[in-house]
Ligand binder design. Structure first.
Ligand code: AP5
Length: 214
């Protein structure tokens, strides 16, 4: 199964992708995570992306398209994948169509997560992850069962993203509405778009997505 999650920063794409990975045995492909690995490694791509990501803008289409095109050729994608954070512009969506057609692949589901912008700042500024296994948490909405200890791996070291501050979130939301929102129409016109209520509780959103994809 090839699945795409669409929605603004903080909509819950990463949270749901991790749950769907476990439920369906498919892998999450997050272009944001891939870029953060490049930034941390100090690669040329990382150097080009760092400043743009910290300002809340979008990295160039060419870099992103090449990155995802080579990633989906890896063996671990053969069982299916979840696109999280890609595509983010109309040229990226068009390039994905070409890529899939060239590789003989088909996009099975496009899920739009509908949310209120105002709530996204609180979601993002309260977000943190386990430094060991990457499990995601939130100061108010998704706390570990035992404070300071990761539910998944028992780790005690947590981290926050450098672009998760109120100012950058507003720029990311602006970039979303200007450059990404038009692709909702792109997929609606193709008849592949389904929508879920991303403002519902995390478990409820998972149920809605599973109902949509069957
Ligand atoms: P990226 O890493 O993709 O960030 P984003 O799109 O801004 O998305 P987020 O990761 O912030 O949100 P999410 O929807 O995954 O929310 P989450 O599940 O964590 O991109 C970062 C940057 O990289 C971009 O700004 C850009 O510069 C660059 N980039 C990436 N892809 C690109 C591309 N294709 N083209 C160009 N540039 C690109 O949830 C957030 C928090 O809310 C969590 O703490 C969670 O616990 C909580 N939460 C989740 N769901 C709920 C719920 N239902 N109720 C209550 N709390 C919830």
């Amino acid at each position: 199964m090839k699945l795409m999650l669409l929605g603004p920063p903080g909509a819950g794409k990463g949270t749901q992708a991790k749950r769907l990975e476990d439920a369906y045995g498919i892998i999450q492909l997050s272009t944001g995570d891939m870029l953060r690995v490049e930034v941390a490694s100090g690669s040329d791509l990382g150097k080009q992306a760092k400043e743009i990501m910290e300002s809340g803008g979008l990295v160039s289409d060419d870099l992103i398209i090449n990155m995802i095109s080579s990633r989906i050729d890896h063996d671990d994608c053969k069982g299916g994948f979840i696109l999280d954070g890609f595509p983010r512009t109309t040229p990226q969506a068009e390039a994905l169509d070409t890529m899939f057609s060239d590789k003989g692949m088909k996009l099975d589901h496009v899920i739009e997560m509908k949310v209120d912008d105002d709530a996204m700042v609180e979601r993002i500024t309260g977000r943190y992850t386990c430094a060991g296994c990457g499990a995601g948490y939130h100061d108010s909405f998704q706390k570990p069962k035992e404070e300071g200890i990761c539910d998944k791996c028992g780790g005690t070291d947590f981290k926050r993203r450098s672009d998760d501050n109120a100012e950058t979130v507003r720029s990311r939301l602006e970039a979303y509405h200007e450059q990404t929102a038009p692709i909702i129409t792109y997929y609606r016109d193709k008849g592949t778009l389904k929508s879920v209520d991303g403002m519902a509780a995390i478990d409820e959103v998972t149920t809605q997505i599973k109902d949509e994809i069957g």
